[in-house]
Design a binder for this molecule. Structure first.
Ligand SMILES: NC(=O)c1ccc[n+]([C@@H]2O[C@H](COP(=O)([O-])OP(=O)(O)OC[C@H]3O[C@@H](n4cnc5c(N)ncnc54)[C@H](OP(=O)(O)O)[C@@H]3O)[C@@H](O)[C@H]2O)c1
Length: 312
């Protein structure tokens, strides 16, 4: 059945992938954006101009859109400076997402779909974590602020009466126009030998292709039960595996090897954490409850497709 869907963050990487697919299914789409010119041809039935940090303007625009479902794809991570990106994202999760949830509830929306991240799990015990694993709210520095803001957004959403809340915990997003694509931030770091293997390269990453990040939202517009879901591929990978493979496919140099002490002296805390102790996530819950299967089951094919090395 066609639904009325409001998408905040429609100009972002996942938003640009999602909006055409919503249109193909004949949903009525309101793109909620700060600057309409940034939509650049992305199809939407209506464009509503609002900043999620401005609760009054936001509530008015969302009410006018009469949504059945509201999707929050806002993020501050695209800021040029990493610390600024963390600060903006924490603010968006702490205030912006709450404003949007309030606006959605007041407008009578039945569902609210929010994005979270598997990178927020506390590294402990098993290598591959499920949705009941604790988020790392005690993490240091700016990362701790981001995780605390995510945890409080998730709790607010999943306990709010009168609206069904869905939390989609993505892995590291890759695909066209992401940090992993040619010209993206991660691509530049790998090709510039700025991302090393540290010790045994034991940090785990779960990946999510943007096609899957967008596709799963389509599934949850009507299907599934409220709750938190890891939306990741089938193959969490150690850094020692994915980083050399990515460098090879990107045509970059093989990653250099550093000791932990060298890495700590040369890299920021978050990068060292990701390369050495981060854990992966399992998609078991979403496979079992929704029957979801990733279009890109492994980063291996996904990375290859980014560099024209995968057929089709
Ligand atoms: N990238 C990853 O690896 C990753 C991993 C896990 C989860 N996620 C989450 O997945 C979601 C989609 O990510 P993405 O990569 O598509 O994000 P993105 O490309 O960085 O886009 C972010 C979007 O947020 C909008 N935005 C920022 N501040 C806003 C504000 N104050 N009011 C209204 N809109 C605002 C931006 O609009 P403007 O055009 O106005 O700037 C843009 O449309 C995000 O929630 C992100 O946190 C990402």
């Amino acid at each position: 059945m066609p639904l009325r869907v409001v998408v905040a963050g429609a100009t972002g990487v996942v938003g640009r992938t999602l909006l055409p697919r919503l249109g193909e299914r004949e949903h009525h789409v309101t793109a909620l954006v700060r600057k309409p010119e940034r939509l650049e041809g992305v199809p939407a039935d209506e464009v509503a101009v609002a900043d999620v940090l401005d609760p009054d303007g936001l509530a008015e625009r969302v009410r006018a859109a009469e949504p059945d479902v509201v999707v929050d794809l806002t993020s501050g991570f695209s800021a040029a400076d990493r610390d600024e990106g963390l600060r903006r994202t924490a603010e968006l999760r702490a205030r912006g997402s709450k404003n949007l949830l309030d606006a959605a509830a007041q407008a009578g929306a039945r569902r609210f779909i929010a994005q979270s991240m598997t990178a927020a799990y506390q590294p402990h015990g098993h290598d591959v974590l499920d949705e009941d694993s604790p988020l790392w709210t005690e993490a240091p520095d700016g990362w701790g602020e981001v995780v605390r803001s995510i945890a409080s957004m998730e709790e607010e959403l999943l306990t709010r009466a009168g609206i069904e809340g869905f939390v989609l915990r993505y892995g590291s997003l890759y695909g066209p126009d992401t940090a992993y694509a040619p010209g993206g931030e991660l691509h530049a770091r790998v090709c510039g030998s700025e991302l090393p293997l540290v010790e045994e390269g034991m940090g785990l990453t779960s990946f999510t292709h943007v096609d899957d990040a967008a596709g799963v939202i389509l599934e949850f517009l009507e299907g599934g039960d409220p709750g938190a879901y890891n939306v990741v591929d089938n193959e969490p990978a150690e850094c020692s595996e994915w980083l050399p493979a990515y460098a090879r496919m990107a045509g970059g140099p093989a990653p250099v090897s550093l000791t932990l002490d060298q890495a700590k002296a040369q890299l920021d805390w978050l990068t060292v954490h990701q390369l050495t102790e981060q854990r992966g996530a399992t998609n078991f819950r979403i496979r079992e409850t929704l029957g979801w299967r990733p279009t890109w089951p492994s980063w291996r094919e996904g990375f290859a497709s980014l560099f024209g090395l995968w057929p089709g």
